[in-house]
Design a protein around this ligand. Structure first.
Ligand code: GLV
Ligand code: GLV
Length: 321
């Protein structure tokens, strides 16, 4: 009997081509995330699920799919939406899409950082509002990055790619994380390892590149924000809940830090309303990996994981569960 592959949201055609070599593919057609009940209904009888980061994939989804479910291929590098422990207990493989989105995400982090330090969004809003303006030496001054310290929380592949860009901008690199990076990485990036509080105290820019886990939820809250310099900028392209959004909005409003660049939000697609009122915040709607090349590569990698597992082989990029 043909294998059943359920894809929760549309994926590029090239990924469907790969999936079709492995079974019968059903793509859920909605132009919005599936509701929980819809997801449970959609996965009935599935051998494989290709999931998106907004799908909560847990025991209940596995129950709804039934005993045939062999793999959940999440089209994202982050997999906080998947209960890996629960699926692993059932012998279901879980895969993500590391590697292929590193450059796109690092580019976006840097773009957003420049957007806030050089006031690009604010300047564009001024033009679009047809406000009068003229060039003068004190007009809309931002701050330079050269010689400043970038503090990276989580020096994994994306954090390293951001650090490389920062080096090209003349920044110094510090990092913190659960463990130290390899010596070659520290040497290449001239990166100093600091305890988290020291990193927060010393950095001019703090950029988050850690996964969302129970340990990192609200890692940046009132206390952490209180340690940062009043001139510091926070960049978040990881997961929204790593930051306490309300505490951040308050700190920005009160000038306790200088700015923030946010691609992700605590309750996506909602954005804390107080943030929308602030000019010292650059905002993007979760676009880190959103290039044609990268999204195609992510979907194809997820499809190859499905094809491997349904073909009786080991997954290509299993998550450590
Ligand atoms: C996107 O946020 C991803 O985790 O790939
Ligand atoms: C600015 O536009 C300059 O020419 O210095």
């Amino acid at each position: 009997m043909d294998r059943r592959i359920v894809v929760t949201r549309s994926v590029p055609e090239s990924a469907l081509d790969v999936l079709r070599t492995a079974g019968e593919v059903r793509v859920c057609g909605q132009d919005r995330p599936l509701e929980v009940a819809e997801l449970h209904e959609a996965v009935r009888g599935a051998d494989a699920i290709v999931s998106m980061l907004h799908d909560r994939v847990d025991d209940a989804v596995a129950d709804a799919a039934g005993p045939g479910l062999r793999i959940v291929a999440n089209v994202a590098v982050g997999y906080d939406n998947v209960d890996v422990a629960a699926l692993s207990r059932r012998g279901i493989a879980v895969t993500n899409t590391p590697g292929v989105l590193v450059d796109a995400t690092a580019d976006l982090a840097f773009g957003l950082l420049l957007s806030v330090t050089r006031r690009l969004g604010e300047g564009e809003r001024l033009l679009r509002a047809r406000q009068p303006w003229s060039f003068h030496l004190g007009f809309m001054l931002g701050t330079g990055l050269q010689g400043k310290t970038l503090g990276i929380v989580g020096l994994g592949e994306i954090g390293q790619a951001v650090a490389r860009r920062a080096r090209a901008f003349g920044m110094r690199i510090a990092y913190t994380g659960r463990r130290r990076a390899a010596a070659e990485v520290e040497t290449e990036l001239d990166a100093r390892y600091l305890a988290q509080d020291d990193l927060l105290r010393e950095s001019d820019v703090v950029s988050l590149h850690c996964p969302l886990t129970e340990q990192t939820r609200h890692l940046i809250g009132e206390r952490a924000l209180g340690l940062m310099k009043p001139s510091a900028v926070l960049v978040n392209t990881s997961r929204g809940p790593v930051v306490d959004e309300r505490a951040l909005a308050t700190a920005l409003h009160e000038g306790r830090i200088a700015g923030a660049a946010l691609d992700v939000f605590e309750r996506e697609p909602a954005v804390e309303p107080a943030l929308l009122e602030l000019d010292n915040v650059a905002l993007a709607p979760h676009l880190g990996s959103a290039t044609i090349e990268t999204r195609t590569a992510m979907a194809e990698l997820a499809a190859r994981n499905v094809a491997a597992v349904l073909g009786g082989n080991a997954p290509v990029t299993p998550v450590a569960g």
